[in-house]
Design a protein. Structure first.
Ligand code: GRF
Length: 220
């Protein structure tokens, strides 16, 4: 189907969020399609997922570039030549600088496995368990040059249960990630959710409630 928004998905690892986006894009009424997957890690399982879905992918190893600016320039070139309009970070383990973000201004999304602004950076689920929080979750946000600091679009909460280890909590959060990311992509690419003056604005409509925190334990 033509006229769909072209996504570039940046990955470094397993790519289960990439899979959720690929699955959503496989539905004929979804407003976006994955035009290119870029991995900075050659062994990332996400590359297998792209191949299986018949989506072009490329490896750009950041280590092969002399500077972050050179790496990001190459990244922009690949995405632009694939016609990418929106960029989704999906487990991409590099910070992006102002040059990259300036090119895709207001059109870069990230998903993070915590209820931001709590627990930025690596091992968010472990940090949550160590602090003893009773509610954890995930956040989809616009990307700015900081670490998990951009304007928040949507969050989903899950309970932290007695006896949870990192793997159990990670799995519970991932389930929500896979629901939330495609929903946000749909809403931003159709203009229901917009970034205005550094704030997230959402048009009224039936989807708006889906962007909010749910009570942990509430049925999905
Ligand atoms: C997810 O938990 C995501 O929130 C974080 O990195 C993880 C990536 O997992 N940014 P996957 O590669 O999508 O399976």
């Amino acid at each position: 189907m033509s006229g769909r928004t072209k996504l570039g998905v940046l990955v470094s690892g397993s790519g289960s969020n990439l899979q959720a986006l690929l699955d959503a894009c496989a539905k004929p009424d979804f407003p976006a399609e994955v035009a290119l997957v870029v991995s900075n890690v050659p062994t990332a399982f996400a590359l297998e997922r792209a191949k299986k879905a018949g989506v072009p992918s490329v490896v750009l190893e950041h280590k092969a570039f002399g500077s972050r600016a050179d790496f990001e320039k190459a990244l922009v070139e690949k995405l632009v030549s694939a016609g990418v309009e929106w960029v989704c970070l999906a487990g991409f383990m590099r910070l992006l600088g102002v040059d990259f973000l300036g090119h895709f201004a207001g059109r870069v999304l990230n998903i993070h496995p915590s209820l931001l602004p709590a627990f930025t950076g690596l091992h968010a689920q472990r940090q949550a368990l160590e602090r003893g929080v009773k509610v954890a979750g995930c956040t989809v946000h616009f990307v700015d040059p900081g670490m998990d600091t951009g304007p928040i679009i949507a969050q989903a909460a899950v309970p932290v249960l007695p006896g949870d280890d990192e793997a159990a909590l990670t799995a519970r959060i991932l389930k929500e990630e896979h629901r939330l990311y495609p929903l946000v992509v749909k809403l931003v690419t159709t203009g229901v959710v917009r970034l205005e003056g550094g704030r997230v604005v959402t048009s009224a409509g039936p989807a708006v409630g889906e962007l909010s925190l749910r009570n942990p334990g509430e049925p999905g």
